[in-house]
Design a protein around this ligand. Structure first.
Ligand code: FAD
Length: 105
């Protein structure tokens, strides 16, 4: 893709915002659909080497679709794995809710 950085920044914004709204007590359908969404990303994310590594991450780190908190902590770990791989600072996962849901104080 022409701009992996812009694609990434925009994608993370969408993905974190989507997951921030995941239910506290998800239904079986919620669980299936969020799992499919991430599986789809691993297949179709429009940066081929990103998608390939993301699929590997999914295989090695089971998605937590059991709750809002669980999903967002899992997602933070997945994003941090990319940060680490490309030499960016890791994000403090305790802050996910401020960054993506409630806003800073
Ligand atoms: P981004 O990493 O885009 O983050 C945006 C904002 O999210 C940050 O400013 C911060 O406020 C917040 N944030 C950062 N880390 C976390 C976290 N762990 N949890 C919650 N919030 C956080 N780029 C590559 O070069 N190689 C790759 O293999 C690659 N794989 C990717 C795979 C996926 C699925 C996605 C969505 C993107 C991938 N990218 C990859 C793009 C890369 O992750 C960045 O999006 C891009 O480098 C731009 O970085 P950025 O500094 O703008 O911040």
């Amino acid at each position: 893709p022409p701009d992996v950085e812009l694609l990434g920044r925009s994608s993370w914004t969408f993905i974190h915002s989507l997951c921030a709204k995941y239910p506290t007590q998800p239904s079986n359908e919620d669980k299936e659909q969020i799992s499919s969404f991430f599986k789809m990303l691993g297949r179709m994310y429009p940066c081929d080497w990103c998608a390939k590594d993301f699929t590997k991450y999914l295989q090695e780190n089971k998605l937590d679709n059991s709750s809002n908190e669980g999903l967002n902590m899992w997602l933070c770990g997945a994003h941090n794995a990319v940060n680490k791989k490309i030499g960016k600072k890791e994000f403090d996962c305790q802050l996910w809710k401020k960054r993506w849901k409630d806003g800073w104080d």
